[in-house]
Design a protein around this ligand. Structure first.
Ligand SMILES: Cc1cc2nc3c(=O)[nH]c(=O)nc-3n(C[C@H](O)[C@H](O)[C@H](O)COP(=O)(O)OP(=O)(O)OC[C@H]3O[C@@H](n4cnc5c(N)ncnc54)[C@H](O)[C@@H]3O)c2cc1C
Length: 323
């Protein structure tokens, strides 16, 4: 970041501005270099104000929730990072329908559990999902046969050009692990989102989430990760394909393809983002060689990556997936 830009940020944000911050402390993969400038928004007002103020300076903003779906470059981040801790939640009835409205930094698991505590059903699938409301809406997160789009009613969005706008379900154009926000180059920040719920049986809901928890404990490896690296191709499992090319347990530096679940890469001992990227490339090449197509990454590359790596990532994401 230019010295002059940093000076402007210092003048506006004073001691709220943090400089040279290690991003591995803000990502579940525990990798990544330093962010030049970082702000922590404690509530929705701050999220909106911080974002607008940075945009007014003509600088780009990168809003992060729990950092559970991103690989931050070892070279760090030049955008102004805003860590989103806005987490208020309300439940209300509208035209006979009950909805939960949560600020975008609320954890999806907490939103689900708060609904359950009020005997409201529909979000049980999200009770074990890592990540925030903002991250879930952005990437249409899902598990156990459900996804964010199933409950989504609307989101309040701060759009860099249009200001504050409300996006309904159609405008979000959700797809498998994607939304218009992920596919578009427009800068948008999710401020809050509303989800539909309905009265349900408390014990049944508890039973359901216990089952989900057990399934995660049984199937998912322990240790720093980003969850599934690749989307499942149609009628196929990415993990099965990675296993089929013999890469379970493959290591690079401090990172390792899990031998429990091959679609997970674990940071076993101080792995770098480059170690993780090398394993992603190894998987892509092996799968391409054996099956003739690239897997589509579910995670995102964030920060100052080499242009060639961004290009390769783009190729993986856009070539035809064909199982
Ligand atoms: C152990 C483990 C298990 C997982 N299991 C699942 C699973 O079962 N299903 C699943 O779908 N995912 C899973 N994930 C991935 C991850 O939890 C989800 O993708 C989650 O929704 C990401 O939310 P986040 O807050 O961490 O987003 P981040 O990683 O912080 O951000 C992801 C992207 O969303 C953008 N973003 C975040 N907040 C906002 C906002 N307010 N406005 C605009 N953009 C925003 C960021 O800029 C970034 O581009 C798992 C991850 C881990 C580590």
């Amino acid at each position: 970041m230019l010295e002059a830009d940093l000076k402007c940020l210092q003048e506006i944000f004073g001691d709220r501005l943090q400089e040279n911050i290690q991003m591995k402390n803000y990502t579940t993969m525990q990798t990544g270099g330093f962010a030049d400038a970082l702000l922590i928004a404690q509530d929705a007002q701050e999220l909106e104000a911080f974002t607008s103020q940075v945009w007014e300076l003509g600088l780009p903003v990168l809003v992060l929730g729990s950092g559970s779906n991103i690989l931050v470059s070892d070279a760090g981040i030049r955008e102004v990072v805003i860590i989103n801790h806005a987490h208020n939640l309300s439940i209300h009835s509208y035209q006979g329908n009950i909805q939960v409205t949560a600020e975008s930094g609320a954890m999806m698991s907490k939103v689900a559990r708060q609904a359950i505590n009020r005997q409201l059903s529909g979000l049980e699938w999200a009770a074990t999902l890592p990540g925030t409301v903002g991250g879930a809406v952005y990437g249409n997160a899902g598990c156990f046969g459900k996804e964010t789009a199933d409950n989504f009613i609307q989101a309040e969005i701060l759009h860099r050009k249009q200001g504050k706008v409300v996006y309904g379900k159609e405008m979000m154009a959700f797809e498998y692990r994607s939304s218009i926000l992920k596919r578009s180059s427009e800068e948008c920040v999710v401020l809050a989102a509303s989800f539909s719920v309905q009265p349900g049986d408390y014990d049944e809901m508890l039973q359901k989430i216990e089952t989900y928890q057990e399934r995660r404990q049984k199937n998912q490896p322990f240790g720093p990760s980003m969850g599934s690296i690749f989307r499942n191709p149609q009628n196929e499992k990415a993990g099965r394909l990675i296993e089929a090319v013999g890469l379970k347990g493959k290591k690079c530096g401090g990172a390792e393809i899990s031998d429990q679940h091959a679609n997970f890469i674990i940071n076993t001992s101080g792995g770098t983002a480059q170690d993780v990227w090398n394993l992603i490339q190894t998987i892509e090449n092996a799968v391409h060689q054996k099956f003739g197509f690239f897997l589509h990454p579910e995670i995102q590359l964030i920060g100052d990556w080499d242009a060639k790596i961004f290009q390769e990532f783009e190729t993986y994401q856009t070539t035809q997936e064909n199982a």
